[in-house]
Write a protein that binds this ligand. Sequence first.
Ligand code: HEC
Length: 130
Amino acid sequence: MLRMFVISMSFIFILVPDLANSHKPQAFLDGVAGTSDEGPQIVEHFCSTCHAPSPMLPLGAPRMGVTSDWRARLEQGLDLLFKHADEGLRAMPPRGGCFECTDKQLWLAIAALLPMDIVEHKQILEDKTK
Ligand code: HEC
């Protein structure tokens, strides 16, 4: 029984390298800090399980880059959107599960999730992710 468990767990770590990496979130975050694709990398590591276009966990999270999923959420304003990401909202875990993320890194991840055609919010995002 235990042997089966060990064998199946090692398969999971081979098949899902992200899961193995997520044991060292701080090292990962240090590694991507300041890179040009810091936000997208954080999303891939911490958020895409639920926010990818076809997520591994289908919990109804707004999909990355899909305008119609974000439209109503954006109408509440970016500050409230950030507050929900920070504190969690129903099935959305606090800070998207990235407790080691700084506020700037959380903003970078949110910016990477949002669709590109949100012209009216671009300036705010630029200020928050500077
Ligand atoms: C375990 C799944 C899960 C993970 C991981 C996750 N989210 Fe979410 N997220 C959700 C779900 C589900 C919602 C929709 C919540 C609702 O409205 O009921 C959501 C909603 C959001 C929203 C919109 C909040 C609002 O005000 O409408 C933002 C922003 C967000 N997530 C950012 C992130 C970021 C950034 C990460 C990674 C750092 C992340 N999420 C990781 C499940 C997840």
